[in-house]
Design a protein around this ligand. Structure first.
Ligand SMILES: O=C(O)CCC(=O)C(=O)O
Length: 268
């Protein structure tokens, strides 16, 4: 099979941009065709198993590792995954939703929630990333239709405006404390299944979580995290942010635009 179309524009409407601005996330249907998903799925899954350093059964893992097998920057290990990571269609949507002139890669990652895998606690992504602005967005898509009981990603609409809880690392405490904060501040939760080809986009400061995988099939998810192409590196605030520089923005200097080979411009 030849390369499927993952580059032609997907029409994002003004209403969808406004929805994203207000809610901090959006779910868009039919962004990837069934053919495109079929074309990349096997390669991503093969890489996840090849690169996964942890073969303990789910029952023996701690809370974080029970949530998913996590492989960062799969594109560095596969030309085919790099092709998907460079999808102009996805990067253009990210650019339009962020309302910036262009985006570059922060990282890609596969997140496979095994059968019996645990919940992903409430958190914001930018706890982990030392960046100078909030112009970051993650595209999150299952490589199959994903019912809620498989661990579909859920979001708290508008919660990117809430400061309390941003300082919490993914943990039992973040799950409890953020749930409490969201209730107190009257933020709700959007939880719904994903159709095949549906892609969600969430801001780096939108609070999100996923339930456990109650099915007998793995939840196979690919993600691409984008940032404003002019994003600068901030002084890291915690050890996770120091680690993040090594993994995702190697060579970047505090105060300067992040523009090394690990962070190519993806659109325009
Ligand atoms: O896939 C998950 O369970 C969590 C994903 C997530 O937090 C993210 O992509 O930002």
């Amino acid at each position: 099979m030849s390369k499927p179309d993952i580059d032609s524009p997907y029409p994002v409407t003004e209403e969808q941009i406004v929805f994203f601005r207000e809610n901090g996330f959006i779910k868009l249907k039919n962004v990837l065709s069934p053919e495109a998903i079929e074309y990349y799925r096997e390669e991503i899954t093969t890489k996840v198993h090849e690169l996964n350093p942890d073969d303990r059964p789910v029952g023996e893992k701690d809370l974080y590792d029970r949530a998913f097998l996590q492989i960062i920057n799969v594109w560095k290990h596969s030309a085919k995954v790099e092709e998907l990571m460079r999808s102009k269609r996805l990067a253009r949507i990210a650019t339009e939703l962020l309302e910036v002139d262009g985006v570059r890669l922060h990282h890609d990652q596969a997140l496979y929630k095994e059968p019996g895998g645990g919940y992903t606690p409430w958190h914001v992504d930018q706890f982990y990333w030392p960046l100078t602005s909030d112009r970051t967005v993650t595209a999150w898509f299952p490589l199959h239709a994903a019912p809620v009981e498989m661990g579909a990603l859920s979001f708290s609409p508008g919660s990117q405006r809430l400061i309390a809880g941003r300082e919490l690392i993914i943990s039992e405490e973040s799950e409890k404390q953020i749930e409490k904060n969201l209730k107190l501040a009257d933020f709700g939760v959007e939880e719904s299944p994903y159709d095949l080809g549906e892609v969600s986009f969430h801001l780096g400061y939108n609070f999100h979580r996923a339930g456990p995988n109650h099915t007998d099939r793995p939840r196979e998810v690919m993600t691409i995290a984008y940032m404003d192409k002019d994003m600068r590196l901030a002084e890291p605030k915690n050890q996770k942010q120091r680690d993040d520089i090594a993994f995702c923005t190697p060579g970047a200097k505090v105060g300067e635009i992040i523009n090394g080979p690990a962070n190519p411009i993806l659109y325009p």
